[in-house]
Design a protein around this ligand. Structure first.
Ligand code: ADP
Length: 511
């Protein structure tokens, strides 16, 4: 604030500003060298600060030319004279440069030279204020060097694209990694917007704008996605964008680090494809060994019965035992039927693999058909100690492929008997509007959640083949049957809590 009135003490005592007081004041200043020079640069006065900084005592320097403060090369280049002539012509000269102390050591000086003229304009000399700024200069220099080293380091990195964007999102620096990964040279991208590296799809939805906005508000944005090289090829990029603020908190740009993960992604995909192929081959091999084993059992039985029959018929006709022959034929036929059912199932799988199962739709009462299947399987259940219980159901008339529905239901009920022996197996049919629900519940070991999806896949089993025979195809085929009818199948189960298999079908399957 400018005082409206002069302070009384100051006004009352103009002698305070006397030359003596002034030189006392100047002399007491220790951090600034303050001294007078004649028009040609001869030192006329010397304060404590000058003595501290330059190391000369007044009697050693007063009367000598100030040129001795300059390093030899600067003195030879005429810099002291330039300094004075500039001050003389413009009134003032200011610079920062190297000066010499009395002991010959250098220091960084900030100097201000002011020309002193008498009232009629004649140059009387110069006032010179010198400050030792070596420490500050060295600190700044160290910072500059470290920044430069860091810049060179970043510049040389080739594995990462590291560059800066200005506050508007335009490229402002470019390193070797950026050149290598993106294929542009610095001069081709400096000043260009970030969108240059984005795919047309991403540009259409202003992906760069969203990313920059995220970095601006959250401080950092991290993302992965396809980016485009100069030659138009794409690479899978891992991107980190960090907002940069100056000391006052003002946003001045963004640092962007990009890694090209294309090789890694490709390698991972290859590894995944390889693992899947390996798994498929292993599953197929296991299936072939299970299938041959499964086929061999009824085949061996059929052969055994046929050999028995063969032995009998080789004997004289009178010795033939009609009953034994009939039993042998029946057992051989049973094995043959079993064999044929297995082959049929394998054929189903190849039918599914080569195209869709052909449905032969007809209208019938699903409740009646379910009851028939259950009745037919009752003796089978008894072999496993299972009681098949069908909840009474009203007629549910619709359009399905009868044989396929019987097959699906048979698969679920025989599985229940196989995996939950000695328990009740409950079969429920319910109609819900245009959909029907057919469910088979058992009290067996149940299925762990991680297997709940897998068991519907081809050759997949959740039990070891040594404990339970089976091809691992029943549920696969059952699911296909449900799906070609426009329906679905799922299992609800917890380990140890039994399983509930549910088939849902539309009442009228469309082909
Ligand atoms: P398979 O019975 O020939 O192995 P499936 O496709 O019919 O083939 O069944 C696949 C697997 O699902 C079986 O190996 C078994 O682990 C499991 N599974 C099927 N039904 C049941 C059930 N009711 N209880 C427990 N596990 C079952």
């Amino acid at each position: 604030m400018i005082p409206s009135q002069s302070e009384p003490a100051f006004a009352a005592d103009p002698t305070l500003l006397s030359d003596t007081n002034f030189s006392l004041l100047v002399d007491s200043v220790r951090d600034y060298g303050i001294f007078m020079l004649s028009p040609v640069g001869v030192v006329l006065s010397w304060n404590k600060g000058a003595e501290n900084i330059l190391g000369y005592r007044p009697e050693e320097i007063v009367g000598h030319n100030f040129r001795c403060f300059y390093p030899a090369e600067d003195a030879a280049a005429g810099r002291p004279d330039n300094e004075l002539s500039t001050a003389a012509s413009t009134g003032r000269y200011e610079e920062e440069g190297w000066r010499l102390r009395k002991d010959g050591s250098r220091f960084r000086a900030h100097v201000v030279v002011t020309a002193l003229r008498d009232p009629d304009g004649k140059l009387r000399g110069f006032a010179k204020v010198t400050q030792d700024v070596t420490e500050r200069y060295r600190a700044e220099q160290a910072l500059r060097e470290s920044e430069e080293r860091f810049r060179v380091l970043v510049e040389q990195i080739t594995d990462y694209a590291i560059f800066m964007l200005d506050a508007q999102g335009r490229v402002s620096t470019w390193n070797r990694g950026a050149e290598r990964i993106k294929g542009y040279r610095a001069e081709e991208v400096l000043g260009k917007p970030l969108a240059l590296f984005y795919t047309p799809e991403d540009r259409a939805v202003d992906r760069t704008g969203t990313l920059i906005e995220h970095a601006r508000t959250a401080g950092v944005a991290h993302t992965t996605g396809w980016r485009v090289r100069k030659d138009g090829s794409r690479f899978w990029a891992d991107v980190t964008l960090t907002a940069l603020h100056d000391k006052s908190g003002r946003l001045y740009g963004y640092a962007k680090v990009v890694r090209d993960l294309t090789d890694r992604v490709e390698a991972e995909e290859q590894a995944k494809a390889y693992a899947a192929a390996k798994e498929a081959i292993e599953a197929r091999d296991e299936f072939l060994s299970i299938a041959s084993h499964e086929l061999r059992t009824p085949l061996a039985a059929a052969l055994l019965h046929l050999q028995g029959l063969n032995r009998q018929v080789a004997r004289p006709l009178e010795t033939w035992n009609a009953q034994r022959l009939a039993l042998g034929v029946k057992l051989a036929l049973d094995s043959g039927r079993h064999l044929s059912a297995l082959v049929e199932r394998l054929l189903d799988v190849s039918r599914i693999a080569t195209g869709r199962i052909q449905l032969e739709l007809s209208e019938f009462d699903l409740a009646a058909v379910t009851a028939e299947v259950v009745d037919h399987l009752r003796p089978f259940g008894e072999q496993f100690g299972c009681r098949l219980v069908m909840q009474p159901s009203a007629a549910v008339v619709g359009q399905w492929d009868r044989l396929r529905i019987e097959q699906a239901l048979t698969n679920l009920i025989t599985n229940a008997c196989k995996y939950a022996p000695g328990t009740d197996v409950e079969i429920v049919l319910a109609q819900e509007g245009e959909r029907v629900r057919l469910s088979v519940r058992d009290q067996g070991p149940g299925i762990e959640p991680e297997h709940a999806e897998r068991i519907f896949e081809r050759f997949e089993r959740a039990v070891s083949s040594s404990n339970y025979g089976g091809l691992g195809l029943g549920l696969y085929v059952t699911r296909q049957i449900a799906e070609v009818h426009g329906g679905s199948i799922r299992v609800e189960s917890e380990k140890g809590q039994g399983s509930l298999f549910i088939i849902e079908l539309p009442r009228h399957a469309a082909v």
